[in-house]
Unconditional design. Structure first.
Ligand code: SF4
Length: 410
């Protein structure tokens, strides 16, 4: 904010506590002149203000304005409509090249997926899909009134022992679709379902096919933003292929320590990979932005599912996001963890009559304990609250919250 009557918008310098003030001014502007487009670095010229505004003298202001500038868009054209036909052709040939030597995720299998499969067990010609439907279980800003057009891919490049979609991710139930058929389903979701977006759920291991499907769908007339809903075990090459095709990145940041990721996700180097991936996603599309209807159109929203007994890891994750990505990043601290998949299942090889080393009979507890007993319970609300408090303390302020009235909320 500088000269009288001129508003300089710079998201790096305007502190979050001034957003209420910004909203008041902009609401007046919208009433008088209609909705403006405001993006990073642009200057919004405002006719002479009647009073001189002194934001530093304002008392502490509650920060809850997700829809205030600079997070408000007057209109939105999906990014895949903005790339040239030459760039589209380059992306197609890059997608085929990746399939012939697949190092698209940190598993680095290096296989020709036309001939054999890697760790994800999915080939090159088709993807395996479990469900395609308007979905009402996503964040309100994605599901809106008509639902998020979700495509649940079968298979996964992680092996989380607590997987909340075990039957889809680990057992690979579903039907095979070529990229062109997938694009036709996106069109059905748009034309019949009237959904607000196409939401690609667990697509890390089928990125080339997804890229091809989006390019085909743009020729068919798709107009919806695309959400890449990922566990963040992505490679930079994969995200580079997606640059220009994805509008919203929806990454999970699951755990913080390497020890935990090795034990619970069966992946080395998860945390470093997730950090690198989320930074790259944010560099592509920035913080989450909405149109005036309250539906998100572009940006990053990070999810963290708080795990029982692992709230310390959650606190580290939110602190890292605030310090290394953006204090304006939108975050969903989730409390719906429930023991699934391998958690609590009987231990393999434990027999009732076994005699432990030293001649001891196994205790009743040992005999009855299931696997991963430490996470075999729902998460406590106090654990969720402690992660939320750490996030606020670190300076994060844009949270996904349940609507108090039980309906659509932004
Ligand atoms: S996407 Fe599949 S084949 Fe490719 S590196 Fe990852 S696990 Fe291996």
């Amino acid at each position: 904010m500088a000269d009288e009557g001129v508003w300089y918008h710079d998201p790096d310098n305007i502190r979050a506590q001034y957003y209420t003030l910004v909203l008041d001014v902009c609401q007046n502007m919208v009433r008088r002149h209609g909705l403006p487009t405001i993006q990073g670095g642009e200057k919004l010229v405002i006719p002479k203000l009647r009073t001189t505004i002194q934001p530093k003298t304002l008392p502490g202001v509650r920060r809850n304005l997700h829809l205030a500038p600079p997070f408000l868009l007057d209109d939105y054209v999906p990014r895949y409509h903005l790339i040239s036909s030459i760039d589209a052709a380059k992306k197609r040939s890059l997608a085929y090249a990746h399939l012939r030597e697949c190092n698209l995720c940190p598993r680095l299998c290096g296989v020709n997926r036309y001939e054999k499969t890697g760790v994800c067990l999915i080939g090159a010609e088709t993807v395996k899909v479990n469900t395609i439907a308007p979905h009402f279980g996503e964040e309100p800003c994605f599901q809106g009134h008509n639902g998020s057009g979700s495509v649940f891919f079968s298979g996964c490049n992680l092996r989380c022992v607590f997987c909340q979609n075990h039957d889809i991710a680990h057992q690979r139930n579903g039907f095979d679709l070529a990229p062109e058929e997938l694009a036709e389903w996106y069109m059905k979701l748009q034309e019949v379902g009237r959904v607000h977006n196409i939401n690609l759920v667990t697509p890390e291991h089928v990125v080339p096919q997804v890229a091809l499907s989006i390019l085909h769908a743009r020729e068919l007339g798709l107009r919806l933003p695309i959400i890449y809903n990922t566990s963040s075990f992505d490679s930079l090459e994969s995200l580079e292929l997606l640059d220009g095709l994805i509008d919203i990145y929806l990454p999970d940041f699951k755990v913080w320590s390497d020890e935990t990721s090795k034990r619970l996700l069966k992946a080395d180097n998860y945390t470093a990979t997730a950090m690198e991936s989320i930074k790259a996603m944010h560099a592509q599309v920035g913080d989450l932005c909405f149109t005036a209807d309250g539906v998100a159109k572009k940006g990053v929203l990070v999810r963290h599912l708080v795990m029982p007994g692992l709230e310390d890891e959650g606190r580290e994750i939110v602190k890292w996001l605030a310090e290394n990505v953006s204090k304006d990043i939108m975050v969903h601290i989730m409390e719906q963890y429930f023991p699934r998949a391998h958690v609590g299942k009987p231990r393999r090889g434990v027999k009732v009559d076994v005699v432990e080393t030293g001649g001891f009979q196994p205790s009743k507890e040992t005999k009855t304990q299931g696997r991963y007993e430490d996470i075999n319970r729902p998460v406590g609300l106090d654990e969720v609250a402690s992660v939320r408090q750490a996030a606020e303390k670190a300076g994060l302020w844009r949270f996904v919250e349940a609507a108090k009235h039980g309906g659509f909320n932004i």
